[in-house]
Design a protein around this ligand. Structure first.
Ligand code: PMP
Length: 407
């Protein structure tokens, strides 16, 4: 008698995590937003201050950006209905690539439909069998997944550690192609890549260096050019990746670098060739957002004033915020259950934040991830701090060392 195949759906039927959290009233994900007003959103008729968004410069709701997106839709339609390679390249894509190359002082730029795809496309295409990708342990999931698609061996190194990177590099075959990849600003901890020493080590082994500027564009460097410019190292970093889903208020991603490398990716990156191009509204909106970002440096200045106010405010109350140096401010909690419960209490008090649990952070080191925008007012932020203070009195500040989840 033939043995019946294992039922692939059994694990779905056994899956309980979200149902359990929902039953306890603490489920914090996929919350529905009915209206977005930048600083605050409306959920079920209630106003919530938004401190869970990557809209750092507040450009997602800027009237000029919205108008540019509408104009692009009127000119080109709702979608491009094809890949860049075939029928999906419109003038706005080329204009955006040129504007970004100019802004970042790079020879060329290639747009991808998301930042996730930009990382996947570049990492999977640039390496071959026998090569190695050295990856900061806290790099974003899109980098880790991109490395899984790459024929190269993935070698993780200790977070932000040039000596760990050096030790790993030393053990690789001298002739192997080497790529060192790091986030410019780490998406959960909010710390900045310690780029200069890592770059020096990488170069001494002949490695290429790749920096993901997802959370640093619009946040660091002159006019928001990112971490690489912040350190004045644009000529030494080989590849810069960025996304439009944060400071630029939309969605989509890109790779910037030398012209020949970009030409290669254009014809090799499968997640560029086999997927539809950025919608006209996206390309038009991002072009306008990029222009505003350069013309209105006061946005970034305000973002930093807000950031420092929140760093100080949380420390004063007694919350631990780890090593953050940026508008990403994690509240260190420990257990997932506590992070869910704390997020729920915040929500009930009118604050929209999100918890991050394993695998976004290490197991047992759950956080409530908060992030700030240039458009938050002092009143908004004072109100947020008052609520955190109230919850600290009610629940404590979770400063117990990393809690170990049972089982
Ligand atoms: N890199 C980093 C560091 C990120 O945080 C993210 C998104 N959170 C991405 C890449 C992926 O970007 P996108 O949202 O454009 O897919």
């Amino acid at each position: 008698m033939r043995t019946l195949a294992r039922d692939l759906f059994q694990k779905c039927r056994d899956y309980r995590d979200s149902a359990d959290a929902k039953a306890q009233g603490f489920y914090p994900y996929f919350r529905q937003i009915d209206e977005t007003h930048g600083n605050y959103v409306m959920c079920d008729g209630e106003r919530k201050i938004m401190i869970g968004s990557n809209n750092y410069l507040g450009l997602a709701q800027d009237e000029r950006v919205i108008e540019a997106a509408c104009e692009a839709t009127r000119a080109y339609g709702a979608g491009c209905t094809g890949s860049r390679l075939l029928n999906g390249t419109i003038r706005l894509h080329s204009q955006l690539e040129e504007a970004l190359a100019d802004f970042l002082q790079r020879e060329a730029v290639l747009l991808f439909s998301t930042g996730f795809f930009a990382n996947q496309g570049a990492l999977a295409s640039l390496t071959e069998d026998g090569d190695v990708i050295l990856c900061d342990r806290e790099n974003h999931a899109s980098i880790i997944d991109g490395c899984q698609f790459a024929p190269a061996k993935l070698v993780p190194y200790r977070h932000n550690s040039a000596s760990s990177l050096g030790n790993r590099l030393k053990r690789q075959a001298p002739e192997a192609g080497k790529l060192v990849v790091m986030d410019g600003v780490f998406s959960m901890s909010g710390d900045i890549a310690d780029l200069p020493p890592q770059l020096e080590v990488a170069k001494s082994y002949g490695a290429r260096v790749y920096v993901d500027e997802a959370h640093s564009l619009g946040v660091l460097g002159p006019k928001g050019r990112g971490v690489v410019h912040h350190f004045g190292l644009n000529d030494d970093v080989d590849i810069v990746m960025g996304t439009f889903s944060k400071s630029l208020g939309s969605m989509g991603g890109f790779i910037a670098g030398d012209r020949q490398m970009i030409e290669f990716l254009k014809h090799r990156a499968r997640c560029l060739i086999f997927t539809a191009s950025l919608a006209p509204a996206v390309a038009g909106g991002v072009l306008k957002a990029l222009e505003i970002m350069q013309q209105e440096p006061e946005r970034m200045e305000q973002l930093w004033r807000n950031t420092h106010k929140m760093h100080e405010g949380f420390k004063r109350i007694g919350f631990k915020i780890g090593t953050t140096q940026t508008p990403i401010v994690p509240i260190l909690i420990g257990s997932e259950a506590k992070a869910f419960m704390f997020t729920q209490r915040l929500f009930e008090e009118g604050v929209f934040a999100t918890p991050a649990i394993y695998p976004a952070v290490r197991y047992g080191e759950a956080i409530v991830r908060t992030s700030y925008m240039a458009t938050h007012t002092d009143d908004d932020l004072d109100h947020v701090l008052e609520i955190f203070e109230k919850l600290a009195r009610e629940l404590g500040t979770f400063d117990d060392p990393a809690y170990v989840e049972p089982g």
